[in-house]
Design a protein around this ligand. Sequence first.
Ligand SMILES: Nc1ncnc2c1ncn2[C@@H]1O[C@H](COP(=O)(O)OP(=O)(O)O)[C@@H](O)[C@H]1O
Ligand SMILES: [Mg+2]
Length: 270
Amino acid sequence: MLEIKNVSKTFFPHTVNEVAALKNISLKIDEGSFTCIIGTNGSGKSTLLNAVAGSFEPDRGEIILDGNKITKWPEYKRALHIGRVFQNPFAGTAADMTIAENIVLAMRRGRTRNLSRAVTKAVRAEMAERVSMLRMGLETRLDNPIGTLSGGQRQALTLLMATWLKPKLLLLDEHTAALDPKTAAKVADLTRFIIEKDKLTALMVTHSMQQAVDLPDRIVMMHKGSIIADFRDEMKHRVRIPDLMRIFDRVQKRDLFDQSVADMLAVQYL
Ligand SMILES: Nc1ncnc2c1ncn2[C@@H]1O[C@H](COP(=O)(O)OP(=O)(O)O)[C@@H](O)[C@H]1O
Ligand SMILES: [Mg+2]
């Protein structure tokens, strides 16, 4: 379904600020699977999602979606097939526009031409029905500006809009991280509900170990631009939060050790 093949990306190459954000990453994602990506800050999780979405072209490697090599496709072309939700509740929607107007944009995504049709009664009824699935009472507020909604309501709506046209791939980048714990849990539940209902293929970056254990059928762990663990099938069912924490601990200790050795060597050669 999605294949990431030997993808590398270095920011600011050959400068003091050089960052190897992705180091020869390979990952195959099955159709209809739900994968969570976890990892320390700066480990390359967002960069990986951005590489798939086409925010930049990788230095090396290939990205294949549904049999198409999309590595050189521009972002807008990929957006026809890829739905995205970001961390910031203000990012995915237009605050001054109403819920209904925002949904119309989502319905027309990538199909701007020949689609000046008005919102018919039937379309409004469908909007109300699908919005009611969020169980936030928003179906009675279709004509309210999005700006009047809470962060959680906006993220739920953004999720609904990103999946309105059933994208081949759904990319979620810490989309619950800016919400309070209770709202985050609600949006996480909704996420699983929508992914299961529409049988979507999803890649979700999360900072929450709980979500990583509870929601997906696979957990991929990244560290410093590499994939360091991959739990699926039986392993995924068995893995618990302390197991994940232990791996984090281990890599962080190793980094500290590497750093102290580097410092020692630096002192030695001063
Ligand atoms: N557009 C960019 N320009 C320069 N450096 C970037 C850019 N995006 C990410 N980085 C760097 O790449 C590394 C990985 O970042 P990121 O993928 O955002 O990490 P994560 O999402 O895992 O926290 C970090 O060191 C970050 O500073
Ligand atoms: Mg990130």
